[in-house]
Design a protein around this ligand. Structure first.
Ligand code: FNR
Length: 354
């Protein structure tokens, strides 16, 4: 495979149409979904010349975890729909690539089993847990305890989903339930019997404060698009911001993630790491995001395409392709390290006049 797009094509052929569309689709007219990728194409890079060194260092510390490149894996649900090895394959591949995996609360494998699979490859594998705050605090607390016991070193709280997004592709297929034998395994054995993952518009900053007080793990807020929310998050002592529109699966009228990044980076002013996901498909996208203020970027669907195409090996290919492309793009931009990626390298595509 020579690009992420090729792996996507193989995955499209392998997957049942309703499962492909569940992974690929977005909300409503899929404007945000498409714009996440298109927005990168509207930007251009102004490379610097003559770096004076052939060495490039691309490792980055993310809330205490060393990642071998500024690309991590964003949380996506139901990996066993993509491949029978599911999240175990993903965990092994990400550990082998020595980067951070954010496990989804809606995984079809328990967080404990994912951690064991990752640690068998690399005892220092970095695993974070993504959480939807549940209105029943007992459930939230138990999920946090399971993640902590599994050795997760940060929690990523997804805050862009007060209600579920409307996915018209799923409706068209009548895709509402996981096939027999697959389940959201982290939601088993909870107080009050088996639970579905709940979204709740009732949750507020106070609920986040409560979570903050109940755990010593760093907390990242995922799905921040408004600069004012980024400012509130930093002021209230949260440890990181993940700029994301949920891969275009929630509110369809939002901007592309990369278009929302600069203002958030400005407001945050380096006080906490600003992460981004949505539409990252090339090494040059990573360069653009870092130049505009991201500390690292996440990929969602490309991991699912790798998994569907070739299990653990497919996910490894995705990560190694992006690593190679990113390093190459950094070299072509005259960069030696991540600190060389500054805002002045990015311009809007089209003629510069006046
Ligand atoms: C997601 N995403 C997501 N986010 C989250 O916080 N919890 C979750 O369980 C899921 N599940 C999920 C399933 C599927 C099929 C997709 C495509 C996405 C959103 C995900 O973390 C991320 O924000 C986007 O996928 C990033 O965009 P790209 O890389 O897919 O363009």
């Amino acid at each position: 495979m020579i690009s992420l797009a090729e792996l996507h094509e193989v995955a499209r052929q392998r997957l049942a149409p309703e499962h492909y569309d569940y992974f690929a689709g977005g909300a409503a007219d899929e404007i945000a979904l498409e714009d996440n990728e298109q927005a990168f194409r509207r930007l251009a890079l102004l490379p610097r010349i003559l770096p004076g060194s052939a060495r490039r260092d691309v490792a980055v510390n993310l809330l205490g975890a060393w990642a071998s490149m500024p690309v991590f894996v964003s949380p996506t649900a139901f990996h066993r729909l993509a491949h029978s090895d599911g999240e175990l394959a993903t965990a092994r591949a990400v550990a082998a690539a020595r980067t951070v995996l954010i496990a989804s609360m809606a995984a079809t494998t328990t967080i404990g089993d994912m951690a064991a699979a990752a640690r068998a490859v690399d005892p220092d594998a970095a695993l974070w847990f993504q959480l939807y705050l549940q209105s029943d605090t007992e459930v939230t607390d138990l999920l946090v305890r399971r993640a902590t016991d599994a050795g997760c070193t940060a929690l990523v709280v997804t805050v862009d989903s007060p209600v579920f997004g409307h996915h018209e592709r799923d409706r068209r297929h009548g895709f509402t339930d996981l096939p027999e034998g697959l389940a959201a395994e982290n939601m088993r054995d909870l107080p009050g019997g088996p639970r579905n993952i709940e979204m709740s518009p009732v949750l507020s900053w106070d609920d986040l404060e409560r979570l903050r007080a109940s755990t010593s793990l760093p907390l990242v807020l995922k799905g921040v698009l408004h600069p004012e929310d980024a400012r509130l998050a930093v002021e209230r002592g949260f440890d990181g911001i993940l700029v994301s529109n949920h891969g275009g699966r929630q509110l369809d009228a939002v901007p592309a993630s990369i278009d929302a990044l600069p203002r958030i980076a400005e407001v945050v002013g380096g006080r906490v790491p600003v992460l981004l996901d949505g539409g990252v498909r090339r090494g040059t996208d990573v360069v653009i995001a870092l130049a505009l203020g991201a500390t690292a970027v996440g990929i969602g669907r490309p991991v699912l395409w790798g998994l569907a195409a070739d299990g653990e090996s497919g996910v490894r290919q995705v990560l190694e392709l992006l690593r190679g492309e990113f390093d190459h793009a950094l070299a072509l931009c005259g960069g030696r390290g991540l600190a060389d990626l500054t805002k002045d390298l990015v311009t809007v595509r089209g003629p510069e006049v006046g």
